[in-house]
Design a protein around this ligand. Structure first.
Ligand code: M6R
Length: 624
């Protein structure tokens, strides 16, 4: 939920840390801070500010930003509050009472109250309401007791802490040293080509500009990062841990807005290209003009996947909505029973999981704590865990037995857009390939659907061309207080996703329903004030959706309808229509979700809201 950065080297640390914090700001943005440890200073230099990283940037003096050519250690943090309100006092880094240890933390220390009482008994006092300051003083306690060995103090403190953490810690006496650790929260260490600079980050984005050599820390590992030395990693029992230095391959252009006013709209427009990347080398046109789907994960685990009689999809938020589409795809094409579970519920309800079951975990970030815990449970019960993940090298990607990356590039906007269509594309390829192998779909169906899938990026371009029209039609709806989203079949999860997008970034209350459920309750809400978005593309239930619309029309509800290109009937009923090109029913969500994303975006922008960083949200939810 929070973003951590660190730097060790001879460049000016403050600008590197600030830039890194900007890149990680999507993880949390209610306060930010940095701590510097320079030779020329007798104590840490600490800067903190409430609100965005730009507020922090404005309080750092130029002479600190421009300091160069001397070894310096620095750590920084952008926060998403868990314990204590967003304030400067609660912002990280936290300094220990002795002033000798400073620490940043992402996660939650669950037994912090008990630890705090023990520290108070030993004379420690606290300046903030955070669990992090407790952890910092706990490290300080052991540091004072063990002859000022920072790594040992961190190991000792973490052995007492219950919960989740990624931390970076510095000691005042050594400005060439940072200790960091993780458990259930990601942490990456970057090493410069010359081995003379180190970078620390919650993910690799802040360091790709400087190096592609990275170490992904594993759970319960503590890393000693020291200028002039190789990185050393130990486990919590102090035994030396083995690790690999990996090459990270991140496209730096994906981290900029590329001329768009916000990341969200850039990512919406990225989707045709992202889906081409997602399908590249996977949906393959053979020399004879027919299609095949090549998924190495499927190839390697074919026997187990073919044997599966039961699939359980676990995910949260938008990824859960993609899972609902995955259920329909797999059931339709493979005739295998599929359940879709909120990962947060699944992990706590003793679910029935058999050895031959396959658990599909879907996650953009690959770091969602609830989804990770669900995976652990599935593995304990002996199920095969199949990950559908965007974050390369992320915790979920590493925890899964096998899986497929969606390869849509870093998603920065907090509201997920291109990850959703990437996830649905992967689920479609998986269902098609599995159905083909099982013989539950005909060759003709397989060929036709593969072909149509390859046409989706082009058709997406046509939907995106309506951006200006959607912007225009959104104006009267910016004043709405509630929205209803209705769809059936494959469009029902899209209705849920449309409602979530609007809620997240415009703060307008919205609910998604299967259209036919409207008469079982939600219709009571319908009046002249209520906008209702209907996903009314052509499929076998089209006439029934029109009946639902007429029910709304007779109650004066305002209808926005997403229809199939050329539709003549619905424009007579709806106040506004958005056309999408015709496609196969199973592929409709890949097109019908785009107007949902654009509508939410324009309503939020017109309300003057920060669409990339909506209030109270964080991009990656690494706490329960
Ligand atoms: O990274 P994940 O896909 O695991 O994240 C799951 C949800 O937190 C995420 O989809 C969230 O709902 C988004 N903000 C939706 O836009």
């Amino acid at each position: 939920m929070c973003g951590i950065v660190g730097y060790l080297g001879s460049q000016s640390a403050a600008p590197i840390l600030i830039k890194g914090l900007h890149q990680l700001e999507y993880r949390g943005y209610d306060s930010a801070g940095i701590a510097l440890n320079c030779e020329s200073e007798s104590s840490f230099q600490l800067f903190k500010a409430k609100g965005k990283v730009s507020n922090l940037e404005s309080i750092i003096p130029d002479e600190v930003k421009m300091r160069d050519n001397m070894p310096v250690a620095g750590i920084g943090h952008t926060r998403w509050a868990t314990h204590g309100e967003p304030s400067t006092a609660n912002a990280h880094p936290h300094l220990s009472m002795s002033g000798e240890v400073v620490l940043v933390h992402n996660g939650i220390i669950e037994n912090y109250k008990e630890l705090k009482d023990q520290l108070i008994d030993r004379g420690y006092t606290f300046q903030s309401q955070t669990d992090t300051e407790v952890l910092c003083n706990l490290v300080d306690l052991y540091y004072q007791q063990n002859g000022k060995n920072l790594r040992l103090a961190v190991v000792q403190a973490l052995n007492k802490a219950i919960g989740a953490y990624a931390i970076a810690v510095m000691e005042q006496k050594d400005n060439q040293h940072i200790v960091c650790a993780r458990k259930a929260s990601p942490l990456v260490i970057g090493i410069s080509e010359g081995n003379d600079e180190f970078f620390i980050g919650s993910d690799a984005t802040p360091m790709v500009e400087y190096t592609h050599k990275v170490i992904y820390l594993d759970d319960e590992q503590v890393a000693d990062v020291r200028l002039g030395h190789e990185v050393e990693i130990v486990n919590l029992d102090q035994s030396l841990a083995e690790f690999d230095v990996k090459e990270v391959d991140l496209d730096i252009t994906a981290l900029t807005k590329g001329g768009f006013p916000h990341f969200m709209i850039k990512e919406i427009f990225d989707q045709p290209h992202c889906l081409e990347n997602c399908m590249r080398g996977r949906v393959v046109r053979l020399d004879d003009g027919t299609y095949d789907i090549k998924l190495s994960a499927l190839h390697n685990f074919k026997a187990k996947l073919i044997r599966a009689r039961h699939v359980i999809i676990v995910a949260c938020g938008t990824s859960w909505h993609a899972g609902l589409i995955g259920k329909q795809l797999i059931e339709e094409m493979c005739r295998i029973r599929v359940e879709v579970e909120y990962a947060s519920e699944f992990r706590y309800r003793n679910p029935v999981i058999e050895k031959d079951d396959v658990v599909i975990a879907i996650s953009q970030s690959g770091e969602t704590a609830d989804t990770l815990a669900a995976i652990q449970l599935a593995k304990e019960k002996g199920a095969l865990v199949f990950g559908i993940v965007n974050g390369v090298g992320s915790s979920i990607a590493r925890a899964a037995d096998t899986g497929i990356y969606i390869h849509v590039g870093p998603e920065i906007g907090v509201a997920s857009t291109k990850a959703f269509t990437g996830q649905v594309t992967v689920l479609t390829m998986l269902a098609l390939a599995l159905g083909h192998a099982l013989g539950t779909i005909s060759e003709e169906y397989f060929q036709q659907t593969c072909h149509e899938l390859t046409q989706i990026p082009l058709k997406m371009e046509k939907v995106l061309q309506q951006n200006d029209a959607i912007c225009l039609l959104s104006t009267p709806f910016t004043f709405a207080r509630n929205f209803l989203y209705l769809g059936r079949g494959y469009n029902y999860p899209v209705a849920l996703e449309g409602a979530l997008k609007l809620k997240e970034i415009s703060y307008i209350h919205a609910e998604g329903y299967p259209a036919a459920e409207m008469k079982h309750g939600p219709i009571a809400l319908v009046d002249a004030e209520m906008p209702i978005v209907f996903l009314a593309t052509h499929h076998e239930l089209y006439q029934k959706i029109i009946s639902n619309m007429q029910e709304v029309q007779s109650r004066k509800g305002r209808i926005i309808a997403v229809v199939t290109e050329g539709d003549q009937e619905i424009s007579k009923i709806a106040q506004a229509t958005i056309e999408i090109p015709a496609t196969l029913n199973a592929l409709v969500p890949l097109l019908s979700v785009l107007p949902m994303q654009m509508l939410a975006y324009h309503v939020a922008v017109k309300k003057g809201l920060n669409v990339d960083m909506p209030r109270n949200l964080a991009k990656s939810v690494t706490v329960e």
